[in-house]
Design a protein around this ligand. Sequence first.
Ligand code: F0G
Length: 459
Amino acid sequence: MRTIIEPFRIKSVEPIHWTTRAQREQFLQAAFNNLFLLPADDVLIDLLTDSGTGAMSTHQWAAIMEGDESYAGSRSFDRFRDSVQDIFGYKNVIPTHQGRAAERILFSCMCKKGDIVPNNTHFDTTRANIEFVGAEAVDLVIEEGRHPSTHHPFKGNLDVDALEALIEKVGRDRIPLVMLTITNNSGGGQPVSMENAKAVSAICRRNKIPLYFDACRFAENSYFIKLREKGYENRSPKEIAQEMFGYGDGCTMSAKKDGMANIGGFLCTNDDVLAQQEKNLLILTEGYPTYGGLAGRDLEAIAVGVQEALHEDYLKYRIASTAYLGNHISAQGVPIVQPPGGHAIYIDARAFLPHVAPDHFPAVALANELYLEGGIRSVEIGTLMFGPQAKMDLVRLAIPRRVYTQSHIDYVVEVILEVWKNREKIKGLQLTYEAPFLRHFTAKLEPVKVAEPAVAAIH
Ligand code: F0G
């Protein structure tokens, strides 16, 4: 059969809330034109993030009842560690409350002022945790990964020549580790090929620099390799993940993504001395090493979730349903980051709204219009988030795992196409309040009052 269906049936449902356009106009005004400030109940389809927003399976809920809440030596920790090791293969598995806690501990133990950490593209919490210890985060994604409309099967790949040149220039002693983010979230949810991971690993080993994966969306990355990389057609996503992690020395992980859980994360390493330092820091702020800030039941949900994320029928539906959204809007001319990524579709707001200058936040204006038109919440990744140095203004539509059905996605397509038809009417925004850092979360905005400067004409 050609039709790809959701590989599950629904046992428990959660109502969503309809509102009228007039109500949404009021809600958006009360939220100072910032979708982060909206009550979630006023959103119909919430595509703000795929992090912690997924639906758990019956197997996960059943495992939750088996949670052992013992402070030390919990049986749930053993199950969690065994399941993680089965896929990731690393000697030490340290639970944390989410991905950024794993990052903070890793960089606190491995980096110091003046160090440099290369990555394909650092996620914002990864970058912030590196900068917090005085080190520098450097993005080395391949050239194709920097252009929204360019097609390439592995746009998340790290530029190996640039990595070698960087090591040559600053010396291996200033590079305590190299990271590879699979998939590359900040670069459009694009995958990294096995060939690239192998090449990066070889450079790291030659220079005796440890390689760590930011593994948040490792299962989606594995499935892209199966679909797109020669020699992997007949390998299972789990075998592909196992091979890839074998090229590294450890990883950070947010179990809120391909852990299929609503909370949790972990840090892995093959280095026993480092693991001891990490556990000492863990005890200080997260918790004892057999729970790391999580409940025993959370560990159970993750133990089951990381395995379910690798099921082939699930991944086939996951990747197909994200592509379905991207392909249906792009076929009508909507500019998106190509090809569609694993967990999200990114609309290029500068190309969608060429009459709105970047300093009038085109991606915020577009995201707000999607809310007004159809109650859809998305997120700006652009000038509001990164400041004037932002190279792109994107609207990310992140798809929660196993939550929305095809008819929800059909509705999202219809709303986006309606907004596309009326795009000339969309106006930019200006700030009325901004916090000194991470301003996008709390910013207040209003429609621009000054006349828009004439930019390029709309095609
Ligand atoms: N690394 C990547 C690639 C991420 O996408 C995230 C989170 C993290 C690390 C941090 O994990 O949230 O568990 O602390 N990304 C979410 C998102 C927030 O919406 O993309 P966390």
